[in-house]
Design a protein around this ligand. Structure first.
Ligand code: ATP
Ligand code: MG
Length: 276
C-alpha cells in the first residue's frame, strides 16, 4: 500500500507561486515585466532530495531565492516547516533562516577572501550559538573533518584552497547549524568530475547522518538521478514535470524533459534501458 503523506511530513510547501521582477528603477519605462514563474506548486518532504532542472532562464534560481526568503513572490505562499515565510514575525524568521541554508555555484564569490576557513565556517555559529573560543575551534575542526578537510585547514584563506576544497568549506558553513533544508544552486557545476563525484557522495552522507532535505538545482540530469528522490523540471517559468523514480522522467512526452533525457540516452533505441 502506498504511504499516505501527512502535512507533518512536509519540510517545504510551495503553493501556487507566481513571480515577476519589478522595474529596475524609477526611470525604467518598460512597463510590467512578464512573469518568470507561473503558478508553481511543489513540496519537499522531510529528508527528501528534490532535483530541480530546466533550461537556462527557466526560473530555477528565482524559485530557489523565493524558497530561501530572499525574494518575495508576487503571488502564492511558501510554507517552511508549516510556517508562511513571508508572513512570519522577525523572530520566527530568524529561526526559519537558521534551518534553511544555501550553497551557490561560485565558491570563490560566496566567501570573503580576507576571512580564514575558521572565520567563514564560524560566521553562522557567531550569529546563532555564541560558543566559547575553545568550543568554537573544536566545532569548526569537526565540521572540517566531516567535509573531508583537516582541522589544520582552519587557518587557510580561500585562495589557498582548490575549488573543490573551497566548496567543501562552503558546505561545512551550510551544515554548521544543522539545518533542515539546504538549497544547492548549481553547487557542483564548476567542479571537475572527480570533485563532483566526491561532493555528491559527501551530500549523500550528510543527508544520511542528519536527515537533511535538499533542493538540488542543476543542469546535470545524471547527477540529479544519482542523488535525488524526485525530479522536477521547469520550462519558461512553468513546472512541466514532477515525479519520482527514473522511469517516469524517461517516459515523459514534454519536449523540455525529452531534451534533458536525450542528453543521456544511448543513440540506438535498442540500447535504451530505463534508468533506476
Ligand atoms: N534580479 C532580476 N531582475 C530581473 N530579472 C531577473 C532577475 N533575476 C533573474 N531574472 C530573469 O528571470 C528569468 C529566470 O531567471 P533565473 O535566474 O531564475 O533562471 P535559471 O533557471 O536559474 O537559469 P540558469 O540555469 O541560467 O541559472 C530570466 O529571464 C532572468 O533574466
Ligand atoms: Mg540559475
Amino acid at each position: 500500500m502506498p504511504r499516505i503523506r501527512e502535512d507533518g511530513d512536509l519540510m517545504l510547501q510551495v503553493r501556487e507561486v507566481s513571480h515577476s521582477y519589478g522595474k529596475r528603477n524609477w526611470l525604467d519605462r518598460s512597463g510590467a515585466r512578464p512573469p518568470v514563474l507561473a503558478n508553481i506548486s511543489l513540496v519537499i518532504e522531510k529528508g527528501e532530495c528534490l532535483g530541480l532542472l530546466g533550461t537556462s532562464g527557466a526560473g530555477k534560481s528565482t524559485l530557489g531565492k523565493i524558497i530561501l526568503g530572499l525574494e518575495k513572490p508576487t503571488e502564492g505562499q511558501v510554507l517552511f516547516q508549516g510556517q508562511d515565510m513571508y508572513r512570519a514575525s522577525k523572530s520566527a524568521m530568524k529561526g526559519l533562516r537558521r534551518d534553511l541554508q544555501v550553497v551557490f555555484q561560485d565558491c570563490y564569490s560566496a566567501v570573503n577572501p580576507l576571512m580564514t576557513a575558521a572565520q567563514i565556517i564560524g560566521e553562522p555559529l557567531d550569529n546563532y550559538e555564541r560558543l566559547s573560543a575553545t568550543d568554537q575551534r573544536r566545532v569548526v575542526g569537526e565540521l572540517l573533518e566531516q567535509v573531508g578537510l583537516k582541522p589544520e585547514d582552519a587557518s587557510k584563506y580561500p585562495h589557498q584552497f582548490s575549488g573543490g576544497q573551497l566548496q567543501r568549506v562552503n558546505i561545512a558553513r551550510a551544515i554548521a547549524l544543522k539545518p533542515k533544508l539546504i538549497v544547492l544552486d548549481e553547487s557542483i557545476s564548476s567542479l571537475d568530475m572527480v570533485h563532483q563525484t566526491q561532493i555528491l557522495s559527501l551530500l549523500a552522507e550528510l543527508r544520511a547522518s542528519y536527515g537533511l532535505s535538499y533542493l538540488f538545482i542543476t543542469h546535470d540530469i545524471r547527477a540529479a538521478m544519482t542523488i535525488c528522490d524526485r525530479i522536477a523540471v521547469m520550462d519558461q517559468g512553468l513546472l512541466v514535470y514532477n515525479g519520482s523514480g527514473n522511469e517516469g522522467i524517461v517516459q515523459s512526452e514534454h519536449p523540455a524533459v525529452r531534451q534533458l533525457v536525450s542528453s543521456i540516452l544511448p543513440e540506438h533505441p535498442s540500447d535504451r534501458i530505463p534508468f533506476g
